[in-house]
Design a protein around this ligand. Structure first.
Ligand SMILES: *[C@@H]1O[C@H](CO)[C@@H](O)[C@H](O)[C@H]1NC(C)=O
Ligand SMILES: *[C@@H]1O[C@H](CO)[C@@H](O)[C@H](O)[C@H]1NC(C)=O
Length: 334
């Protein structure tokens, strides 16, 4: 009984709105004094925004969106699940993130069978994202560097088989002549700063390295890989692909946050994001130092428990960022 009445009432309201909107240009005082949120009344009817109130030009006033995921370890089903949770791929695994930025903090390879499929997926998404005005960022993990350098301790038999054997795999990973080595060398860096506010690295960024600056770090890593210098200092334990010093709270939380703040100052960023140290006991993103340092390796691969989590950073118009953790159960401020 009530439903048809409600429907008629709604229809009346809509008709009234439409009439007011289309006549607003002849009554300018009304539209300018109106505090209505309806775009029709704010915008002259003949402007493009009026014709298409939700056109893509509208999006420039929205916050830019950055999503980041941690270690994937050759687990394709979990990779697809976490990228869907991040809302950057559709059911066909094509890019659906529009102008979003997706950051993956390394360790795509090892401990599972799906190495080729995941690197190829990222390669496809990289070009699809670019076409849509978005971006895919890949950061070296210690496992990428190990495989490039011939340290194959964590390669599974299924992985070898997927390349067609050990010799073919070795050829594929050659940075100068191999299809995968070239793909990685051309598209990965050891660290990435997103729009000046957030630095991403696989392991922890320590102040001694941060002080060199991001461009120098990326140059050092590229040069070391190109010259097969896998004993270079940047690939040692305190460097940005291996360090766990913040994640392990070495020297206590206060000392860790003091060092985190040193990195923030050196790079002029608001936060440091790492993968590498799996938070599989909680399955949740670790956030300490008032959100100044976070670990997003929650153990996404089934080898580490199969936990899904995405870090989401919304770039607000006032220059601040809102940071969330996305879980299958919902979204939380971190
Ligand atoms: C997904 O992308 C492929 C090309 O990479 C294309 O052939 C296919 O049609 C796309 N699927 C959808 C649903 O857009
Ligand atoms: C890698 O880093 C260098 C220096 O920071 C930068 O110029 C280059 O564009 C980066 N490459 C990619 C693929 O992001």
């Amino acid at each position: 009984m009530l439903r048809p009445l409600l429907f008629v009432a709604l229809l009346c309201v809509l008709v009234m709105y439409y009439r007011q909107g289309s006549s607003s240009s002849s009554v300018p005082s009304r539209s300018s004094s109106s505090s209505s949120s309806s775009p029709r009344r704010k915008t002259p009817p003949d402007s493009p925004a009026y014709q298409k109130p939700f056109s893509s030009s509208d999006q420039t006033t929205h916050a830019n969106r950055v999503v980041a995921v941690g270690d994937l370890h050759s687990d394709l089903p979990q990779t697809l699940a976490v990228l869907r949770l991040a809302k950057v791929i559709d059911n066909d695994a094509n890019w659906s993130g529009g102008r979003d930025t997706l950051v993956q903090t390394g360790d795509i390879v090892d401990r599972g069978p799906d190495t080729i499929a995941i690197y190829n997926l990222f390669d496809k998404l990289r070009s699809q994202a670019k076409e849509a005005g978005g971006q895919v960022v890949n950061v070296y993990g210690n496992h990428e560097v190990m495989n490039l350098g011939g340290d194959l301790r964590y390669v599974t038999e299924e992985d070898y088989a997927s390349f067609g054997g050990r010799e073919k795999r070795k050829q594929a990973w050659n940075v100068k002549t191999g299809w995968l080595g070239k793909m990685i060398y051309d598209n990965f860096n050891i660290t990435h700063v997103q729009n000046g506010h957030t630095v991403f690295s696989h392991g922890d960024m320590e102040p001694e390295w941060a002080r060199l600056g991001v461009d120098t770090l990326n140059h050092l890593a590229r040069e070391a890989i190109w010259t097969s210098n896998y004993y270079a200092p940047i690939f040692q334990g305190s460097g940005p692909i291996w360090s766990r010093s913040h994640a392990m709270l070495e020297g206590g939380e206060e000392e860790t946050c003091r060092r985190v703040n040193e990195v923030k100052t050196a790079l002029g960023v608001n936060r440091l994001i790492s993968g590498h140290t799996p938070q599989y006991q909680t399955g949740k993103i670790l956030s300490i130092c008032d959100g100044g340092y976070m670990v997003i390796d929650v153990g996404i691969s089934r080898y580490y428990g199969g936990h899904l989590a995405v870090l989401e950073i919304l770039e607000n118009d006032d220059g601040t960022q809102s940071v969330y953790a996305l879980y299958p159960g919902g979204k939380r401020l971190v």
